[in-house]
Design a protein around this ligand. Structure first.
Ligand SMILES: [Zn+2]
Length: 93
């Protein structure tokens, strides 16, 4: 029972593995200094894994070829309108 440090249950994705793996388009921006697309938001195919409400993965910038990490939170399906969620999230920036 006590094989894990305090606060770790053993069900974390780092231990238990991802729930799902998929590839989808996500809005990302390259953070490689010197890249032509630096800081620009673009839609790229991201190889994603998800666990619970978290998803993460990697994508490759088409401008500079650098691989970047992607991490986000997946909203639960509560009849939410994707456009509404997009607008809501965009206001956070
Ligand atoms: Zn880039």
């Amino acid at each position: 029972m006590d094989n894990y440090p305090a606060g770790v249950t053993g069900t974390e994705f780092a231990i238990a593995g991802a729930d799902r793996e998929y590839t989808e388009e996500r809005t990302v921006s390259c953070e490689t200094v010197g890249c032509d697309a630096y800081g620009l938001q673009t839609d790229e195919e991201v190889s994603l894994s998800s666990y619970g409400s978290q998803e993460w993965g990697t994508w490759t910038c088409t401008a500079c070829g650098e691989e970047s990490d992607y991490e986000s939170t997946v909203e639960d399906d509560e009849g939410g309108d994707p456009d509404y969620l997009y607008e809501t999230r965009r206001d956070e920036f």
